[in-house]
Design a protein around this ligand. Structure first.
Ligand SMILES: NC(=O)c1ccc[n+]([C@@H]2O[C@H](COP(=O)([O-])OP(=O)(O)OC[C@H]3O[C@@H](n4cnc5c(N)ncnc54)[C@H](OP(=O)(O)O)[C@@H]3O)[C@@H](O)[C@H]2O)c1
Length: 251
């Protein structure tokens, strides 16, 4: 099960963290994987690592927030490698500040990168998937779009809307062989949360609050991504799969 041989997967934001672990997991299942980020050196290093592990990995440098530039790079990759069957639209950025200290321009930047850019690249690739009768689109949502949390207002706005887009696109593509789902990670130890894992008070809160009493790992998310990318999950669409050690299910 979950054999992805012959399929091409694009994972945005995959030079490290959840994206890199997911690209590796998709590659281990046989997919050809395209890794992305803004820092060429970091993406090339990540691709080098995966190739050493026997994975067919390729580099695609673009900023998802430069929508037209992103489409150009992705189209060139399609011309080189063939159609993209799986999109894990995972690139995302955080901005932590109290509500009244957030400039509107920062709110708009975070919403653009975490929502509009995902929507635009997703729509660009979904057209081809629908015309071929098969595709998998997976967004990275967040448990903070299920439960409120202070000091991350733009992030929550964007991720909540992404959860909505996931359900709406499930309707758009229901009869075309394309499934649209999201993973909603709990607290995962990556560079994005580095400030939090150095914060003793936060760690004490986390082991109290998370039923499994631990941080998640990027690999915890990668397994869910493989499931949602596989042909075998074809009857699953419009779902937000929380991967959070029980945080959003248990009081
Ligand atoms: N870690 C968590 O606890 C957690 C929880 C819930 C949701 N998430 C979500 O999971 C996703 C991945 O997060 P992570 O924790 O793995 O973060 P991370 O370790 O900071 O990695 C983010 C990746 O995205 C790339 N990236 C950032 N902005 C980009 C842009 N504009 N265009 C292209 N690539 C970009 C980064 O590379 P460059 O900076 O070099 O471009 C990097 O490869 C995000 O959507 C995040 O919101 C994370």
């Amino acid at each position: 099960m979950f054999d992805l041989a012959g399929q091409v997967a694009l994972v945005t934001g995959s030079s490290r963290g959840i994206g890199l672990a997911s690209a590796r997991a998709l590659g281990k299942q046989g997919a050809t994987v395209i890794l992305n980020g803004r820092n060429a050196v970091a993406v090339e290093e990540a691709v080098g690592l995966l190739r050493e592990e026997g994975i067919a990995a390729h580099v695609a440098i673009f900023d998802v927030a430069d929508v037209e530039g992103a489409k150009r790079v992705v189209d060139a990759k399609v011309a080189e490698l063939g159609a993209i069957d799986i999109l894990f639209a995972n690139a995302g950025v955080q901005y932590r500040a109290p509500l009244f200290s957030v400039p509107q321009s920062e709110f708009e930047r975070i919403v653009f990168t975490n929502l509009t850019a995902q929507w635009a690249l997703g729509r660009h690739l979904a057209a081809g998937m629908a015309s071929r009768g098969h595709g998998r689109i997976i967004f990275t949502g967040s448990i903070t779009a299920i439960l409120g949390r202070r000091d991350i207002t733009a992030y929550v706005a964007a991720k909540s809307a992404l959860h909505g887009v996931t359900r709406q696109w499930a309707a758009e593509f229901a009869d075309s062989g394309v499934t649209v789902n999201a993973v909603a990670p709990g607290y995962i130890r990556t560079e994005l949360t580095e400030a939090l894992w150095h914060d003793e008070a936060f760690n004490a809160w986390l082991v109290e609050r998370v039923p499994q009493k631990r941080w998640g790992s990027p690999e915890d998310i990668a397994s869910a991504v493989v499931f949602l990318a596989a042909r075998e999950s074809g009857f699953v669409t419009g779902q937000i799969l929380a991967v959070d050690g029980g945080t959003t299910s248990v009081l």
